[in-house]
Design a protein around this ligand. Structure first.
Ligand SMILES: [Zn+2]
Length: 78
């Protein structure tokens, strides 16, 4: 999890572990300078340094991205 503040309206933005996973895996091994994050309050796009996202992702235990998780058949996860 990573908490940042919106550059434009100062609203807190909460990136879940799943969001971090998607950002890191979405980079596909590349190392972009920043990750675009949309503010839930003003809908503007903040650029979060990728290193920060990746570090938070590691601290979270590097969970697999939610979308990549194969759907369990007949069994709801957790
Ligand atoms: Zn904002």
């Amino acid at each position: 999890m990573l908490n940042i503040s919106c550059t434009y309206c100062r609203a807190p933005i909460n990136l879940s572990d799943g969001d971090l996973a998607q950002a890191v895996h979405g980079a596909e091994g590349k190392r972009p300078k920043s990750t675009p994050v949309t503010c839930p309050n003003c809908r503007r796009t903040n650029k979060v340094p990728f290193d920060r996202v990746r570090q938070a992702y590691r601290l979270a235990g590097s969970p697999p991205p939610e979308e990549a998780t194969p759907a369990a058949e007949g069994e709801a996860a957790v």
